[in-house]
Design a binder for this molecule. Structure first.
Ligand code: AMP
Length: 225
């Protein structure tokens, strides 16, 4: 399966598991996971001009303006490692971003292979987001109830400290979910209309969800070329 270029988009509200599944898909297919949220957070940490421009939006749980975000993705997709495919995690999030992505892949004479929408109900999303903790060093995700580390507050993998993302506090989470409903959720209908959408149940453990995604992709794009 890894022999072909996979160009996939992961769609779904914050906290639904796009990051976890995106990492696994990237590994399985040998293509980069391109997570705009991660890129923005690194830019904020490094205090680059883009990070400075994005910070107030991220802190408020609002979307960063389209021109900034589209420019960032254009640049990232032009890098050599993305020529063999990519897993987009957290992009596109608006109609304008979806249009820009279409134009970008078409310009290269390519097309998207599929859009996976991961679905869980709103109460579960809030539970996942507010209980989420990340290793400050290696970014491994945990959950206070359902995926706790062996030692509280310490990463099993590298011993780093576990932290809560600043925008995972309850107030910001409400804004992020509202942004999702208003601006991003309508993209599912757009991708359904062009035959790319595959909806996957995001309830259950990560192996189960991953298996569902692989099944959905088999149905979407057929056997590896
Ligand atoms: P995430 O890690 O995907 O939940 O993204 C964290 C934050 O980064 C979001 O709440 C937005 O402020 C910003 N962000 C990430 N991706 C995008 C995007 N495609 N468009 C606009 N803002 C984004």
């Amino acid at each position: 399966m890894s022999a072909r270029a996979w160009r996939l988009v992961l769609l779904g509200p914050p906290g639904v598991g796009k990051g976890t599944q995106g990492r696994r898909l990237a590994q399985a297919f040998g293509v980069p996971q391109i997570a705009t949220g991660d890129i923005f957070r690194n830019a904020v940490k490094d205090r680059t001009p883009m990070g400075t421009a994005a910070k107030s939006y991220i802190d408020a749980g609002k979307l960063v303006p389209d021109d900034v975000t589209i420019g960032l993705v254009e640049e990232r997709l032009a890098r050599p490692d993305a020529q063999a495919g990519f897993i987009l995690d957290g992009f596109p999030r608006t109609a304008q971003q979806a249009t820009a992505l279409d134009a970008l892949v078409q310009r290269k004479g390519l097309r998207l292979d599929g859009v996976i929408e991961i679905k869980v109900d709103a109460a579960e999303v809030i539970r996942r987001l507010t209980g989420r903790r990340l290793c400050a060093v290696c970014q491994t995700p945990y959950h206070l109830e359902s995926a706790s580390p062996k030692l509280p507050g310490v990463c099993d993998r590298c011993g780093g400290p576990l932290v809560q993302r600043e925008d995972d506090d309850e107030k910001t989470v409400v804004n992020r979910l509202d942004e999702y409903q208003r601006k991003t959720a309508p993209l599912a209908e757009y991708y359904r209309g062009v035959g790319l959408l595959r909806v996957v149940d995001g309830n259950g453990d990560m192996d189960t969800v991953f298996a569902r995604i692989m099944t959905a992709l088999g149905a979407a794009v057929g056997p590896a070329a």
